[in-house]
Design a protein around this ligand. Structure first.
Ligand code: 2M8
Length: 431
C-alpha cells in the first residue's frame, strides 16, 4: 500500500484487499464466490493487477494456475474449472465443454473451449513494473514468456480468420462483454436448432431465453468441430472482429515485445505483429461517419451498427493518431456516454434503442471497462478523461461496494457482491 493514501483511501484499499483474500482458493482467485467459483481468463489478468499491489506471490500463482489450462496449440481457455467443487457449481460446467476429449487440451484439468481477451502479457509486464525484487521478477517473466508467446501465436494462427491482422471472436463470451448489443445482429442471423440445455439450468439470471440458447449452441458447434481453425475460418456462423478485444491484443503484443527484451529473447516479431494489428484496426474498424471504432461482422462483412464501450478500446493503442484520439474523447464526453451518465462509462451508447441501464453488458458501468479506458487515457496523456473515469470508479465502489456492475445513472450496485476484479482494479488504481 502506498504511503501517500488518505485515511479514506486506506480504508478502501483494505476493503478491496479483504475481498481478494476471501476469494483466494489457495491457488487462484474465484471471480465471485457464489456466482463464478472457477477461474476466468481475463478476470485473472485483472485480478493479477490488483494482487501485484497486495500479494505478489499470489499474483504469480494466479497466472501460473490459469496457464495450467493452456492447450497444446497455445489456446488459453476462458474458464479453468476448480475440480474440488461440486460438478454443478456452475452452468455450463465441464460437462458441456468435454475438454478431456480434445487431444490438445491439458490432462488432469477441465477447461472451457473458448478463449477471452488476451490481457495477460500486459498484466505480466505491469507485475514486473511493481516488483521490488528485480531478479526474481525477471525469472518469473522468463518462465511466463513462452506461455504468453504460445497464447499470442494461437491468436495469429487460428483466429486471424480474415487474414487481416485482426483476431476474431467466435462466440459472444469470447469478447468478455457477453450480451453486449453489438452481438444482437450476428446472433439473430444464426439458424440454429433448439438445444438440449434449458436456460433454467443456470443460476445467473442475465441473459436468459433465446440468446442463452444460442450461446450454448455455438459452444456445441465449436466443440463438435474440434475447434478446428479451418472450421472456424470457413464455416462457423459467428465471427466478429471487435475493437476492444483487438486493442487488448495489441497492447499485450507491445507488452510481449518488452518482456522479450527483458528476458533476452527477440522482440522484433512481436513489434512487427503490433504494427500489423495497429494498421488493421484503423483500416477495418474505424468508422469515419460516427468517428469511432465499431465491430466488424465477418459473416455479413460489414461494421455492426451499435456503438458500445468497445469503441474506446483502441485508446490502448499507443500509436493511435491524434485526430482519432480527439474524436473518441468527444464521443466519450458527449451525451451518448459520460455526458449523460452520473457514473460513467456506460457499456452502451445511452441513445441507442438497445441501451438498458440494468442489463448486464447492455448499459451498466463496469470497473474492468473503466480501468481499460482509464489506462488508455493515461497512456495518451488525457487527464480530463483519466480523472473523470478514475473519480467515477471510486465513487461507485465507495457508494455501492465491490459489485459486479453498476447503474450508470445513480450508481446502484448490481449483480454479484465481492466481485474480484472490481476489488483488484481499485488496488491498481490506488497504486
Ligand atoms: C461473465 O461471463 C460468463 C461467461 O464466460 C458468464 O456469464 O457465465 C462475463 O462478465 C465475463 O466477462 C467474465 O469474465 C465472467 C466471469 O466474471 O462472467
Amino acid at each position: 500500500m502506498s504511503a501517500r493514501l488518505t485515511g479514506d483511501e486506506t480504508a478502501l484499499w483494505k476493503a478491496a484487499a479483504r475481498v481478494l483474500d476471501a476469494n483466494w482458493t489457495g491457488t487462484s482467485t474465484a471471480a465471485s464466490p457464489g456466482l463464478y467459483p472457477h477461474q476466468w481468463s481475463w478476470d485473472s489478468a485483472f485480478i493479477g493487477l490488483g494482487l501485484a499491489r497486495h500479494r505478489r506471490d499470489r499474483a504469480e500463482a494466479e497466472l501460473l494456475s490459469l496457464f495450467r489450462g493452456q492447450w497444446a496449440d497455445g489456446m488459453l481457455p476462458h474458464i479453468v474449472f476448480n475440480t474440488s467443487l461440486a460438478r454443478h457449481a456452475f452452468f455450463p460446467g465441464p460437462e458441456l465443454w468435454r475438454s478431456e476429449r480434445h487431444p490438445a487440451a491439458p490432462r488432469g484439468v477441465h477447461t472451457s473451449g473458448l478463449t477471452q481477451p488476451p490481457l495477460h502479457a500486459l498484466t505480466a509486464l505491469r507485475l514486473h513494473a511493481c516488483a521490488t525484487d528485480g531478479e526474481s521478477s525477471r525469472a518469473f517473466l522468463a518462465r511466463l514468456y513462452p506461455l504468453l508467446t504460445a497464447q499470442h501465436h494461437y491468436f495469429a494462427q487460428a483466429r486471424d480468420l480474415a487474414s487481416s491482422g485482426l483476431i476474431a471472436i467466435c462466440h459472444p463470451w469470447e469478447s468478455g462483454l457477453d450480451n453486449s448489443p453489438a452481438w444482437d445482429r450476428p446472433l439473430a442471423a444464426l439458424q440454429l436448432p433448439p438445444t438440449a440445455y434449458a436456460p433454467a439450468q443456470r443460476a445467473h439470471t442475465l441473459p436468459t431465453g433465446e440468446d442463452y440458447d444460442r450461446y450454448v449452441r455455438l459452444v456445441a458447434l465449436m466443440r463438435d468441430a474440434g475447434n478446428h481453425p479451418g472450421y472456424l475460418r470457413d464455416e462457423h456462423p459467428f465471427a466478429v472482429e471487435d475493437p476492444l478485444v483487438n486493442a487488448i491484443y495489441l497492447a499485450s503484443t507491445h507488452a510481449l515485445a518488452e518482456i522479450a527484451a527483458l528476458v533476452g529473447a527477440d522482440p522484433a516479431p512481436h513489434r512487427d505483429r503490433a504494427q500489423h494489428v495497429h494498421e488493421a484496426l484503423l483500416d477495418r474498424l474505424w468508422d469515419p461517419e460516427t468517428g469511432c471504432f465499431r465491430a466488424r461482422d465477418l459473416r455479413a462483412d460489414h461494421l455492426l451498427p451499435i456503438i458500445t464501450v468497445g469503441a474506446f478500446g483502441p485508446l490502448l493503442d499507443p500509436d493511435l493518431p491524434a485526430p482519432k484520439v480527439r474524436s473518441l474523447v468527444d464521443l466519450l464526453l458527449s451525451a451518448r456516454f459520460a455526458g449523460a451518465a452520473g457514473y460513467p462509462v456506460p457499456t452502451c451508447d445511452i441513445q441507442a434503442p438497445a441501451f438498458d441501464r440494468g442489463g448486464y453488458w447492455r448499459g451498466p458501468t463496469w470497473v474492468s471497462t473503466n480501468w481499460l479506458v482509464w489506462y488508455g487515457a493515461v497512456g495518451h496523456g488525457l487527464p480530463v478523461v483519466a480523472d473523470l473515469v478514475y473519480g467515477s470508479t471510486m465513487r461507485l465502489v465507495r457508494q455501492s461496494g465491490f459489485r459486479e456492475f453498476f447503474d450508470p445513472f445513480d450508481g446502484t450496485g448490481r449483480g454479484s457482491h465481492d466481485y474480484a476484479w472490481s476489488a483488484a482494479l481499485i488496488l491498481d488504481l490506488l497504486g
